[in-house]
Design a protein around this ligand. Sequence first.
Ligand SMILES: Nc1ncnc2c1ncn2[C@@H]1O[C@H](COP(=O)(O)OP(=O)(O)OP(=O)(O)O)[C@@H](O)[C@H]1O
Length: 606
Amino acid sequence: MLKTSFQSSTGSSIRYVLSTAWIHSKLSVNYYSIVTLLTALQPFILLLFPKLILDELMGQQRPLRFILLIALMFVLSSTIGFLTAYLQNIGQTQLMKVVFRQLHAHTAQNLNADFKNTEDPVFLNQMEQAKRSLQSVENGFQGLFHTLFSLLGGIIALSGYFTVISRLGMWIILFLIGSVAGSYFFSLRAKKYEYEQERQSVLDREKRYYSDVMQDFAYGKEIRIYSFNEHFVSLFQAVTDKRRTLQYNISKRYFQSDVLDVIIRFAREGSVYSYLAYLYVHHRITVGDFAMYTGAVAGFSSVLRGTIKDIAHLRTQNLYIQELRSFLEPTKREEKGDRLPIPSGPYTIEFKNVSFGYPNSGRLVFENLSFIIPAHQRLAIVGHNGAGKTTLIKLLCRLYEPDSGEITLNGINIQRFSQSAYWDLWSTVFQEIRVLAFTVAENVSLQENGEFNAGKVHNCLEMAGLGPKISTLKYGINTHLQKFLDDEGVEWSGGENQRMMLARALYKNGDLIVLDEPTAAVDPLAEFSLYKSFDEMIGDRTALYISHRLSSTRFCDQILLMERGETAERGTHKELLERNGKYAQMFQVQAQYYKGSENKEYEPIP
Ligand SMILES: Nc1ncnc2c1ncn2[C@@H]1O[C@H](COP(=O)(O)OP(=O)(O)OP(=O)(O)O)[C@@H](O)[C@H]1O
């Protein structure tokens, strides 16, 4: 199911970030706490010692005391500076450890998400936003973490400055707070603008898609041959230009806010310094006091401005953290009913009044579709493009749920079984062949080296017709496919990859079989023999075969012709030919192409 928005307060987001950091690296929190204390302490050394040194110079001028004060200031200040830099460095490394753990969780969430989400733009946007919340240093997880510690340091420093300046009078404090508060308003507005613009934008997703496709060798051939490369580059450029414009508009808002801030600061500090000069001229403060108060006023204003910005930043970080938590919160699959144990085979499957439309598509692919696949039956599903064949398989494999009606396995609604136990039943081979850049054996078994049964892998590859191919490979079944992870990796043809997928289905040895046209890359005669021999290998298990080539599936017990989401005709190959309906017409048309073939079974029906 699609994730709902995660509503939480800033406090809850702070707790989430701190507790996550604490779980994955206590050191990250400890180091940043010490750095915060040291950073807050540093300015006071540079405030107090210059005052004492100046007063000594203008007063008793004791050389030993003078040298001692300078040495102490130097030692304290440089020790704190060194410690801060060192701890900040290792603290950041620890924080990255936490972020990487979160990125792992993000990737796991992508892989575990319901299949239907992978085709849903809303989910894809959420995924992008959550990733941005983790990868950005400014915003999101790291943004909140840094801002929180900066805010704590600011509060500690402010209380120190407050103690110093309040000796001049509370009105100065109030004046400083009032003027700095003006900046808050403008910085908050700029930050909100940035968040809204980035949130509404699908540009990052678009940019990522173009960049992924341009880097994916699988698209290389078509893009070159159809001269689509220039178009792609221009699309990429257009989207990066739009992103730049968006960034420019955001920067403009920040610039406006910064200009106003400078004007306010000029007015504020000008008036306070004039007042301090007045006090000095009238001998109400010493030179040392003058230096200390000007330093304290500048420090107070700057830290207060930083603290207010931190508060504004922290509030907007809450939104990023909400998105991150929405995406990362454990997916609770809707395990309907009582998670019944899977009954023992043989298996009969029934579609009962199934209606279904893809989310946000506004139309139904199936409306009250009903049919049975009896146990042991081989059912061929044929039909034109878009008839609904693959959608039917997606529903059957529980990649989607029917909007109404039910699909049953031996009379029980398939939604009542646990998802993983139900998936264990299926050996599937789909149209899209996705070879992994691992070894042949790992591709076939989908198990790691050392876990798979090498003998069984060999047998399955042999049965899928890849025995001779494997014997030519330097490392046999341990040869890598593709060169992403191994320079000695090999590239296989489309047909060979498809045969490997059949070997994978055989290796899994599921009780229910689906072949959704995985053989488009092999020639028609090879497809027929492949289907037929695959069929012999799977024994008497219930199986569904989809193909556009009607000659390939005519050995099946039954053939179901789908048209616009409905079952148009059903029967054996022979019965359907005798009926002389749509199936017979389609078969005749296709058979023309095999006229004169050595295989007489392909000859058109007289
Ligand atoms: N992810 C999706 N989102 C929205 N509509 C979809 C999606 N996938 C398929 N459809 C639509 O559902 C209908 C049935 O598609 P389906 O892929 O099941 O047909 P098919 O019979 O398998 O076609 P083909 O023979 O071309 O593979 C089509 O109209 C298609 O446009």
